[in-house]
Design a protein around this ligand. Structure first.
Ligand code: F6R
Length: 588
């Protein structure tokens, strides 16, 4: 959470930093700020709200050639101007992504030494410590090292010091940070899209590395301040991938990219009905643990059904924030799979590290190339979703589901199942071309909705329910269809929308019975199925194209995503940036 951008170079810095921050708004968007050098003085402007609110306070023509900026997702202290970054104490000005776990101790200690604090953030102790130790060390790099020794937690920092009018300093411990290189200047950023308008050459900082950038050069130092050589990466995507390209919202644009995302993911691993070398052999593993958060966890639930059904591999799925603290029964036959779009989710990363520390093999299913989870896992398989900007995940979910279905085929050795993926893109297109407004109209005025389904359809219910909650703020619960009558059915009253999903003909009559039970109690039923249905228990029907059960979830999720989008639109919600959320959850 939180996004950092910094620029020093030949061009005016403020437009570059503000533009970069807009690309990082998915990381947090409750307040924002910039610090820039003008007439040898560091100036700071901060504002509550989006980058657009901050932009109104700034003259983009300001002849400043060095600036750092920040977009915030509040952890310590409410969103307010005083809690926004940059924070300045004495000579040091800092932007921070992450959490300083021992900030209270540090703050108490510094207060006793006479330091005054203006905010309730954890961040403010960083410039305070820097200013304090700089008086002893009188050298910026040595001071940063000393402060790193004092800080506990996970963080990425951009730092400027009044005594150095040429360089921006950057530090990484845990939270992601890159430096980027161009002929016109150097950048720091939390993520690559922030710099793609200017360059695609970047360097990933590792734990406790310190970078120093100026208008035409950069240096990276290790924790002992030894100058180190770093590999320069080239980002292959284009800036266009992260643009709206005529769509009103990123969520809609990203859902409409699903046909391509499916094909790109499939074709990356399969050629002429055979797996390519990009898909390794995992035959030695006898059981699987899948660990993830949020929607990625629901992909895990889908994958558990598939892996157990087709590959006969016992699979458990765990929420990462629990897995990392519980007793896990794994051994050398276990493969721990971590699914993450961003590859930076703190709980998922720590769960991966725990398994690694216990000597267990790990596989990352990740979208963001070279993200921490991708780099730290023993094996990494990328999904080919491209940059996902909307906070609610859609195309990455579909890509992850596609890849987990492919992995199931690989592990099952039933390679003939690969033919079931053939032509699926046409069915995706067919679903994308339908209008979902009428379904949304039945939902958008309600306070509560229910999603019910059995087995793999229940996993889709979980995702459908989450998508609706987060984008439209309607309370929603997902339930195993047969379980409703054990208590929750008491919540069904006249007009309560119940979305029933059934894509498995073996259990269709069972799910229909459960839908009739809620219908008898007044529910308004939207029935999603791939089986022709001549009964009249439902109020609206979504007929999915026919497909093999292995690939059915790739299709069934699409109406759920588009209904949530339409409901959020009818309710005038902030679709791409729902309240209280951030895309990349880099705090516990
Ligand atoms: C929901 C959503 C979140 C993420 C979760 C994990 O739409 O996007 O629930 O799925 O925060 O994020 P990643 O996949 O980046 O680890």
């Amino acid at each position: 959470m939180c996004g950092i951008v910094g620029y020093v170079g030949k061009k005016k810095a403020l437009p570059i930093v503000l533009n970069g921050l807009k690309f990082l708004e998915y990381r947090g968007y409750d307040s924002a700020g910039v610090a820039y050098l003008l007439d040898n003085k560091v100036n700071i402007t901060k504002e509550v709200g989006r980058i657009s609110s901050l932009e109104k306070l700034i003259d983009l023509d300001t002849p400043s050639y060095m600036a750092i900026g920040h977009t915030r997702w509040a952890t310590h202290g409410e969103p307010s101007v005083s809690n926004s970054h940059p924070h300045q104490v004495g000579r040091f000005t800092v932007v921070h992504n992450g959490i300083i776990e021992n900030y209270l101790e540090i703050k108490e200690d510094l207060k006793k030494k006479g330091v005054k604090f203006l905010s309730t953030t954890d961040t403010e102790v960083i410039p305070a410590l820097l200013d304090y130790y700089y008086k002893e060390e009188k050298d910026i790099l040595k001071t940063i090292k000393k402060v790193l020794e004092k800080l506990e937690g996970s963080f990425a920092l951009g730092i400027i010091c009044d005594d150095d009018k040429e360089n921006i300093y950057a530090v990484r411990r845990g939270s992601p940070l890159i430096i980027a290189l161009s002929n016109d200047g150097m950048f720091i950023a939390s993520d690559v899209p922030a710099i793609l308008n200017y360059t695609n050459k970047y360097i990933l900082l590792e734990k406790d590395e310190i970078a120093k950038i100026n208008n035409n050069s950069y240096q990276v130092f290790d924790f002992n301040l030894k100058d180190i050589k770093k590999e320069i990466n080239t980002f292959e995507g284009s800036c266009d991938d992260a643009m709206l390209n005529g769509y009103p919202h990123y969520m809609l644009k990203e859902i409409h990219e699903e046909e391509k995302v499916f094909l790109d993911t499939f074709n990356y691993y399969v050629n002429n009905d055979s797996f390519k070398e990009t898909m390794p052999d995992f035959k030695k593993y006898k059981n699987i643990h899948i660990v993830a958060c949020g929607s990625a966890y629901y992909v895990g639930c889908i994958a558990k059904s598939l892996l157990e059904e087709y590959a006969m591999i016992p699979t458990c799925v765990e929420v990462a924030s629990e897995y990392r603290y519980k007793k896990n029964f794994y051994n050398q036959d276990t493969l721990v799979i971590v699914i993450s779009q961003s590859g930076e989710t703190a709980d998922s990363l720590e769960a991966l590290r725990k398994a690694k520390k216990d000597g267990i093999d790990t596989l990352a299913i990740v979208n963001v190339v070279l993200s921490s989870i991708a780099r730290e896992a023993k094996y990494t398989l990328y999904v080919k979703a491209g940059p996902e900007i909307a906070v609610a995940t859609t195309k990455a979910f579909l890509a992850q589901t596609t890849l987990m279905a492919l992995l199931t085929v690989k592990l099952s050795r039933k390679y003939e199942l690969l033919k079931e993926f053939k032509g699926l893109e046409r069915k995706i297109k067919e679903l994308l071309s339908k209008d979902y407004l009428e379904y949304a109209k039945a939902i958008y005025k309600c306070n509560d909705t229910f999603f019910i389904g059995r087995l793999i359809d229940y996993a889709l219910c979980l995702e459908g329910s989450l998508k609706l909650k987060e984008t439209s703020y309607i309370n929603s619960v997902a339930f195993q269809a047969g379980e409703l009558k054990h208590g929750t059915i008491s919540l069904i009253t006249k007009g309560t929308p119940v979305i029933g999903i059934c894509t498995n003909k073996d259990i269709v009559s069972k799910t229909i019975s459960n839908l009739k039970e809620v219908k008898a109690r007044g529910a308004y039923i939207i029935y999603i199925t791939n089986e022709e249905c001549h009964d009249d228990f439902y109020d609206q029907l979504i007929l999915l194209p026919k497909a093999h059960n292995l690939v059915m979830p790739i299709l069934s999720v699409i109406p759920l995503q588009l209904i949530s989008y339409e409901v959020a639109k009818l309710r005038n919600c902030d679709i791409d940036k729902p309240r209280n959320l951030a895309k990349s959850v880099t705090v516990e």
